[in-house]
Design a protein around this ligand. Structure first.
Ligand code: DGL
Length: 246
């Protein structure tokens, strides 16, 4: 892959919500996506484990000569401040918190157990309550969105928060794929999806590609490619022959 690619990674398929938004906004860019399913779920790991995983993924992209790395994962972003690189690292938490702060008064943050325990969102926001939702990650990895089970699991975790918050942060990139379930429990509130907060700021970090044709998108995984449940992504980009699943 040429030097102009942007590296994007997550613990699995959740970060494809970020990649999808980036492709829609920057169709001429080349992307390499790494689904680190071997280490999924990130949200139940320790700080030391996560820092080591993040370093390994970043080194993978540096070897691929990318021009920037997007950490399409809140949990990994919270464990990326030790990195020293010559290329930009683009994290997801700060832009999400900043946007939520502008529109919300009473904010509920749904994120992995690790992200909530780290207190990073609560620290960046004036008033926020965190809910540990690592249980939701497996639903998305297994491709069980929109099923009776997915509605039941989300209902069980979130029903006690109904009607108490004006703004909900989807502080895990997997949760954008459970929006219907989450809205069915929490109703008519502002939804701030962390997956959608990077395209407005990407320009601040990188020089955009000057090529006129559509970019290439390579999807790679540290696990078995056959286990990646990405039908929704393939369907959306059906006509993009440039998508290569390694
Ligand atoms: N998608 C990730 C996030 O945004 C983490 C999911 C996991 O626990 O692996 O935090």
């Amino acid at each position: 892959m040429d030097k102009n690619a942007i590296g994007v990674f997550d613990s699995g398929v959740g970060g494809l919500t970020v990649l999808s938004d980036l492709i829609d906004h920057f169709p001429n860019e080349n992307f390499i996506y790494l689904a680190d399913t071997k280490n999924n779920p990130y949200g139940l790991k320790t700080k030391e484990e996560l820092e080591s995983i993040v370093s390994t993924n970043v080194n993978y992209f540096i070897n691929e000569n990318v021009k920037a790395i997007v950490i399409a994962c809140n949990t990994a972003s919270a464990n990326s401040y030790h990195l020293k690189t010559n290329i930009p690292i683009i994290r997801i938490i700060e832009p999400t918190a900043k946007y939520a702060q502008q529109i919300g008064k009473n904010i509920l943050v749904l994120a992995t157990d690790y992200t909530i325990s780290s207190g990073i969102y609560q620290h960046l926001l004036n008033k926020a309550t965190g809910v540990k939702c690592s249980k939701f990650v497996g639903i998305v990895e297994k491709g069980m969105m929109g099923t009776k089970d997915s509605y039941e699991i989300v209902e069980r975790v979130l029903s006690k928060y109904k009607g108490k918050y004006d703004t909900i942060i989807l502080g895990c990139t997997h949760f954008g794929l459970l929006k219907d379930e989450i809205i069915s429990v929490l109703g008519n509130v502002n939804i701030v999806d962390s997956s959608l907060t990077l395209s407005p700021i990407l320009n601040n970090y990188i020089k955009l590609n000057s090529q006129k044709e559509r970019g290439k998108v390579i999807i790679n995984t540290t696990g078995n490619p056959k286990d990646l449940k990405i039908d929704w992504f393939k369907k959306k980009y059906d006509k993009l022959s440039q998508i290569i699943l390694n």
